[in-house]
Design a protein around this ligand. Structure first.
Ligand code: ZN
Length: 149
């Protein structure tokens, strides 16, 4: 298929093998959990938020390669961002994987996260890719459980 799909596979496999920010944060002041029963993905996020900035973020959990790679890249993308910037990325990511934003033609801050645009072609995988983002959204809103609706 396209070059994008090759890149997408390469990036996802690499992050699945070596997930970034994997593990608990002992001094976390915010946590949230997310489940995707359709695939069996489960994850828990740990955040340390200070002065409205995500100073540290990590995750633990199990799931498919896409959910794990997405969580790994999400934590990299939002670390040291303000809560508002992280919410904006959540919104852009969600729009991208549901086909409401074309990252190639519309303005966005997604950067490397664009590799997940490929999940649009696999509707069953959209929740795998967005689970960690929904969980981040829950954590930022002081909710313990993510809604993936
Ligand atoms: Zn999955």
């Amino acid at each position: 298929m396209s070059e994008l799909n090759e890149l997408y596979q390469e990036v996802i496999l690499e992050h699945n093998k070596n997930p970034r920010n994997f593990g608990e944060i002992k001094d976390a002041n915010r946590t949230a959990e997310g489940n995707n029963p359709l695939c069996g993905d489960q994850l828990k996020l740990y955040l340390r938020i200070e002065d409205n900035i995500i100073k540290d973020i990590s995750f633990v959990g199990q799931g498919c390669a896409i959910s794990k790679a997405s969580a790994s890249m999400m934590t990299q993308a939002v670390k040291n961002k303000t809560c508002e910037e992280a919410e904006k990325l959540f919104s852009e990511f969600h729009k991208m994987v549901t086909g409401k934003l074309d990252p190639e033609t519309e303005e966005n801050s997604l950067g490397k996260l664009k590799v997940f645009a490929g999940v649009l072609e696999f509707p069953a995988r959209v929740k795998c890719a967005s689970l960690s983002w929904h969980t981040l959204h829950a954590a930022l809103n002081n909710e313990k459980m993510a809604s993936t609706e």
